[in-house]
Design a protein around this ligand. Structure first.
Ligand code: NAG
Ligand code: NAG
Ligand code: NAG
Ligand code: NAG
Ligand code: NAG
Ligand code: NAG
Ligand code: NAG
Ligand code: NAG
Length: 539
């Protein structure tokens, strides 16, 4: 279908469509000063002998039929079936007859004057309508003129756009291509050049396929207004040429006097789409206007589309004003920062918080488990010169802080166990009676005697899960490879580092961590000792 259409368009745009150069129309118009010809439409069956019998006649006005011959006028030439005018003039108007035997053909010629200031005559136009985006083809093709002409030029609106022997314009039609296309064939005759002009009026139209019109923009428009001010509502649609666009302004109370509907504006885009728009002007906005919904409709055979406009007083806007939004953002960011800080603080002061919670809730894990001691302290018992510090720590500092200050009950073998009896059994039962096993670690810790305590405690802790182990590392301790592997499985927070060189207050992190690892117990802080106490009193 497309192809046929295209082909038809092409054919119609050519100035003559076929090789037939004879003139079969009865009534012909010619332009004065141009080359012109009449040609009889012969049929192939005619014989040369009959050409001798050809006669041309002219009749005009009161004059009767006059036979034409080569000497009738210097401007006229006769070749068998053809009568040529070099050029045709106004006085050549009239009826012309061709006679061959008893076959006669008649034409009525009307010669009209040239238009001044124009390269073509408006009365002598062919018209063509081309859809935008479709093929536009303008060719100066004429089977009679072209072989005679030694120059052919194509003009658009009388401006030369192309010349040569066969000027052609071939492109996809755009709206700017609309205009008058004139072909001028310049034909030499007897040393003079004679022109023939042919003009088409090319009109570019939009896509003829109908569209369903659509209004542009959202379906519901909230327009901020101030009372007493004016507002223009723009209703704009993509539509067809004949579609209606209008505002619905009437309700049961009639139309408000301060509301005016403007004229429709149409605007065709280069791609052929037609945009129609219609403004609604509301002057001196009053409270009544705010209650009304202004609806704009575009209607076509294909369907309708409507959009609503509602006027809102500026302060009623649901939108968050910018400054509130900014403030909100700042507050949100601050809250996030605070939350993050709190989480970080919580992680850092986890121990303090847990201790505070225990204190606050008066939590006590020791009441019901039937155990005697809060912790069994395992340490190196020999008191040699190189491990005196550990001994002091285990026997003096630990009990002083944990027992005297915080009210725990420790089991220190050297102090609490009466000599005699089976040491191994006794240690085992003491560990069983304790809630924690505190191991004071040092390089020289792994003596035979404490090894049993360690392994017994580890067994309880790791296998039977009856006791929790607290490791206190004595600085500098570097190498623990001689310990059982299972000791390394202890969670790192169960390992505390004791720095013997620094005196520590009861509030120090070391003691807090130790308290945290110790069972929760309700005790009264005795507070009798000074806050900072000498750790290594003997040194
Ligand atoms: C040509 O036609 C004119 C009149 O139109 C006539 O006077 C003349 O004799 C004709 N000449 C010839 C050769 O037929
Ligand atoms: C046409 O002319 C021929 C001779 O050329 C003649 O025989 C014939 O009768 C004519 N016909 C008419 C209709 O005049
Ligand atoms: C050329 O075509 C256009 C559009 O169809 C028309 O408006 C205009 O009158 C035509 N021009 C002439 C001279 O007929
Ligand atoms: C056209 O042809 C004529 C005659 O042959 C010649 O005098 C003239 O120069 C030619 N013009 C052009 C533009 O070729
Ligand atoms: C065609 O037009 C150009 C200018 O547009 C001109 O220079 C050239 O001589 C023309 N050619 C002919 C054959 O008229
Ligand atoms: C023929 O057309 C040319 C332009 O193509 C123009 O310059 C010339 O004057 C015209 N001649 C006549 C006799 O109209
Ligand atoms: C209305 O809106 C359309 C499309 O957005 C635009 O082309 C047109 O120029 C606008 N009209 C006015 C008066 O602003
Ligand atoms: C406009 O449309 C809304 C909803 O689509 C409707 O409630 C209102 O009555 C309409 N207004 C007019 C004036 O038609």
């Amino acid at each position: 279908m497309r192809h046929i259409e295209l082909l038809l368009t092409l054919l119609a745009l050519m100035f003559t469509s076929t090789s037939e150069t004879c003139i079969s129309r009865q009534s012909i118009t010619a332009v004065e000063g141009e080359f012109f010809y009449l040609r009889y439409c012969s049929s192939a069956s005619e014989h040369d002998s009959e050409k001798n019998a050809i006669k041309w006649y002219k009749s005009s006005g009161s004059h009767g039929r006059i036979e034409l011959n080569s000497s009738s006028s210097p401007r006229i030439t006769l070749h068998d079936y053809v009568l040529e005018f070099w050029p045709v003039e106004l006085e050549d108007s009239g009826s012309y007859f061709f006679q061959m035997g008893n076959d006669t053909r008649k034409w009525k010629l009307n010669v009209i004057g040239r238009s001044k200031g124009s390269c073509f005559v408006e009365k002598l136009l062919t018209s063509k309508t081309v859809e935008v985006q479709k093929s536009l083809h303008v060719a100066c093709k004429h089977d009679y003129f072209q072989p005679l002409a030694n120059r052919t030029s194509l003009y658009k609106n009388c401006k030369k756009i192309n010349n040569g022997t066969n000027p052609v314009l071939q492109k996809n039609a755009e709206f700017k291509d609309q205009g008058y296309y004139t072909c001028v064939f310049s034909i030499p005759h007897n040393g003079k050049l004679f022109n023939v002009t042919k003009t088409i009026n090319v009109t570019i139209v939009g896509d003829r396929s109908k569209i369903i019109p659509v209004l542009l923009g959202p379906k519901l428009n909230r327009v901020k207004v101030e009372l007493g001010k004016d507002v223009n509502l723009n209703c704009s649609a993509l539509a067809n040429e004949k579609d209606q666009i209008y505002w619905n302004l009437w309700d049961e109370n009639g139309k408000e006097p301060n509301v005016h509907e403007e004229n429709v504006k149409k605007n065709r885009a280069l791609d052929g789409k037609l945009y129609v728009s219609r403004m609604l002007k509301i002057e001196n906005i009053n409270a009544k206007n705010l209650k009304f919904s202004y609806n704009c409709t575009v209607a076509s055979e294909g369907g309708t589309d409507t959009i609503n406009f509602v006027l809102l007083k500026k302060e009623d806007m649901a939108d968050i004003p910018g400054y509130i939004f900014t403030r909100g953002m700042i507050v949100a960011v601050l809250i996030s920062v605070v939350v993050v800080c709190l989480v970080i603080m919580g992680v850092i002061y986890r121990v303090d918080l847990a201790l505070f919670y225990r204190h606050f809730m008066r939590k006590d894990e020791t009441l019901t488990d039937g155990k005697t001691y809060d912790a069994f302290v395992s340490y190196l018992k020999e008191c040699g010169p190189e491990n005196g510090e550990e001994h002091t720590f285990a026997v003096e500092i630990l009990p002083r802080v944990l027992e005297k200050h915080f009210g725990y009950k420790l089991c220190i073998y050297e102090r609490d166990v009466v000599p005699g009896g089976a040491i191994v059994d006794e240690i085992h039962s003491l560990i069983e009676k304790s809630r924690r096993l505190i191991i004071v670690l040092s390089k020289s810790y792994m003596s035979n005697e404490v090894r049993y305590e360690l392994e017994s405690g580890l067994h309880e802790a790791l296998v039977e899960r009856k006791i929790k182990i607290i490791l206190i590392e004595f600085t500098p301790v570097s190498d623990f490879t001689f310990f059982p592997q299972s000791l390394k499985l202890l969670k790192s927070h169960r390992v505390l580092k004791w720095n013997a060189d620094k005196p520590l207050s009861y509030n120090s992190r070391f003691w807090k961590n130790l308290l945290y690892l110790m069972p929760a117990k309700v005790v009264k802080s005795r507070g009798t000792e000074s806050e900072v106490f000498p750790v290594l009193s003997q040194s």
